[in-house]
Design a protein around this ligand. Structure first.
Ligand SMILES: Cc1ncc(C[n+]2csc(CCOP(=O)(O)OP(=O)(O)O)c2C)c(N)n1
Length: 583
């Protein structure tokens, strides 16, 4: 059977189980849109900006574990995808980006709307393809999905020149993928697992340092087995919130620059860090040379390049977290049974309990005082269930969300951790809602972030994809303002946005969404209840929060985690600003 390259592309996507593509068409990609009229089961969600399409694909991938797909035309359409592709690379999110390209005879000619998107995205994709022959379309799709979803997941781009999309080929689905040179190690070495377990049994102050890889590998059950059998305390990084339930006694919560005292200090004082799908990111380690100075390290990661990258490792284990953690739990349980139970960890666990009691997250919401952003997050959580999916943008609100939401389940928290992309929340929430239509999706956003991609509310209305956006509106680029207050002697520069511009309620209404505004603490609950009751449209809540509020605790960039600042009065304005790159 002869079909066009465009038909072959869509059929191949269907074979891969793709239900939805987020995109915007244009000259070079038009051939792909024709079969979408009546020859394809795939839903196309017409976004308002390609960046939105890319983040929507990410949100979909985060909450479903499947590959998200976004599509753009050549030139500016493709370059608008650069930010979400880079975001997906940093956070190991499996997406396939499909771009139209100018016809092959004019590639390299500076043709109208030509951009060398495979060249541009080499460093920010796991792999990319420029398909020059229509006979390669189907195999390329097969390979792209395989690469995006296996090993360490990540973004793959397929660039398709218009003449390739219009040319004819014979449909044939390849039985399997053959990619010499790409064979991720998924099974952990049992001897290394045994070494690791011996170390865990000997450790006096062990900590499981859990990163996003545990969620990507769907290894939360195995993690639960390992932690509970061994009585091992767990920290969940920003990328791993929900990998282990916050309600579990062993959960210490989030470490890092804005992590809580106990999680940060437990790692500092630990004698054994068991890093599981985590990458010793600078936001977690603080000053690397001073990080967890007494700890031996076991490092489990599917990506061998991560092991030893930042921190020397005593027991490296390359493999899929689900396989390796499962093996570790089984080995630990067997050895403990032989020994008649787990080692006595009461002193360490008691110490952690003391720290938690002494240093919880703190904020002060006076009944008649200014509205505190932390209070808004706590109340948004109080009216939500464990199945609610939370998305955030980047800045102070992201940190409040990760600190004050209670995360109980994996794949229910979506944010931009590695790249820190403002504008992530609204489109990612939209993609998450498409992936999990039966769950409530709430985006906590900053007023700065919101304004970068708010136009996707139009997509939400026209495509019937309802979600709630709670803007913690402080009228500032708050996180940058916080650094200027602390490290630049309160010399505010380029950070004031004005909380009244735009009028967020009117803006929401203009997009066909429902808008609410909250100025005082006593209004919070009623508005959240009203917002959560709306199911057929998106809702925007404009929470007018105290612009002077700051995120604490804080380990200033470049400082040791031992120097964690718990409250504003401890902050030294004389920290070296050169050590303080903006958030
Ligand atoms: C695309 C992009 N531009 C700039 C930054 C730098 N940056 C990090 S946080 C931040 C402020 C965010 O402001 P807002 O969305 O209002 O959130 P808030 O910090 O006030 O909660 C800025 C400008 C960024 N992370 N991403």
């Amino acid at each position: 059977m002869k079909i066009t390259g465009a038909d072959a592309l869509l059929k191949a996507l269907e074979q891969e189980g793709v239900e939805v593509v987020f995109g915007i068409p244009g000259g070079a990609s038009m051939p792909i849109y024709d079969p979408l009229v009546d020859r394809s089961s795939i839903r196309h969600v017409l976004c308002r900006h390609e960046q939105g399409a890319g983040h929507a694909a990410e949100g979909y991938a985060w909450v479903t574990g499947k590959v998200g797909v976004c599509m753009a035309t050549s030139g500016p359409g493709a370059t608008n995808l650069v930010t979400p592709i880079a975001d997906a690379k940093m956070d190991s999110v499996p997406i396939v980006a499909i771009t139209g390209q100018v016809p092959t005879p004019v590639v390299g000619n500076d043709a109208f709307q030509e951009a060398d998107i495979t060249g541009i995205t080499i460093p920010i994709t796991k792999h990319n393809f420029l398909v020059k022959d229509v006979a390669d379309v189907v195999e390329t799709v097969r390979e792209a999905f395989h690469i995006a979803s296996t090993g360490r997941p990540g973004p793959v781009l397929i660039d398709l020149p218009k003449d390739v999309l219009l040319a004819e080929t014979t449909w044939k689905w390849p039985d399997h993928v053959t990619l010499p040179g790409y064979k991720p190690t998924t099974k952990g070495n049992q001897r290394q697992v045994v070494e690791a377990v011996k170390m865990i049994l000997k450790a006096k102050r062990p900590v499981l340092y859990v990163g996003g890889g545990v969620i990507k590998a769907d290894a939360h059950k195995e993690l639960h087995d390992l932690a509970t059998a061994g009585q091992l305390p767990v920290v969940t990084t920003l990328m791993a919130r929900g990998a282990f339930p916050d309600s579990n006694e062993l959960c210490l919560g989030m470490p890092g620059m804005h992590g809580n005292y106990t999680a940060v200090t437990a790692m500092q004082k630990s004698d054994l860090l068991v890093a599981l799908g985590a990458r010793f990111d600078d936001r977690v380690t603080g000053k690397l040379a001073a990080f967890a100075p007494h700890a031996k390290v076991i490092h489990v990661d599917i990506d061998p390049a991560e092991i030893g990258k930042n921190r020397a490792v005593d027991v490296p284990i390359v493999g899929d977290c689900r396989d390796v953690i499962g093996k570790m739990a089984a080995e630990l349980i067997a050895r403990q049974e032989e020994a008649g139970g787990p080692p006595d960890r009461s002193a360490w666990l008691g110490q952690l309990r003391e720290w938690r009691q002494a240093h919880p997250y703190r904020y002060d919401q006076q009944p008649d005082g200014p509205l505190k952003p932390q209070y808004c997050v706590e109340r948004l959580r109080a009216f939500a269930d464990d199945d609610t999916i939370l998305i955030s943008g980047v800045g102070q609100h992201q940190m409040y969300a990760s600190q004050y939401w209670r995360f109980e389940r994996p794949r229910h928290w979506v944010n931009s951790g590695g790249l820190g992309t403002m504008g992530f929340a609204v489109p990612a929430a939209m993609g998450a809602k498409v992936g999990q239509p039966d769950k409530r999706v709430v985006a906590i956003d900053g007023d700065g972030c919101f304004q970068m991609t708010a136009q996707e509310l139009a997509t939400s209305t026209t495509e019937h994809i309802p979600f709630v956006t709670a803007i913690l509106n402080n009228g500032y680029l708050g996180m940058v303002r916080q650094w200027q207050e602390l490290f630049f002697d309160e010399r505010y520069s380029g950070v004031y946005l004005n909380p009244d511009v735009p009028d967020y309620v009117k803006l929401a209404e203009a997009y066909g969404a429902v808008g609410f505004r909250v100025d005082h603490p006593e209004e919070v609950d009623a508005v959240i209840e009203k917002a959560y009751a709306v199911e057929d449209r998106s809702v925007v809540i404009d929470f007018r929060v105290d612009p002077r509020e700051m995120v604490f605790p804080m380990v200033p960039s470049g400082a040791s985690n031992d120097d964690i600042i718990l409250s504003p009065d401890q902050a030294s304005p004389h920290a070296d600003p050169m050590e303080a790159p903006l958030a």
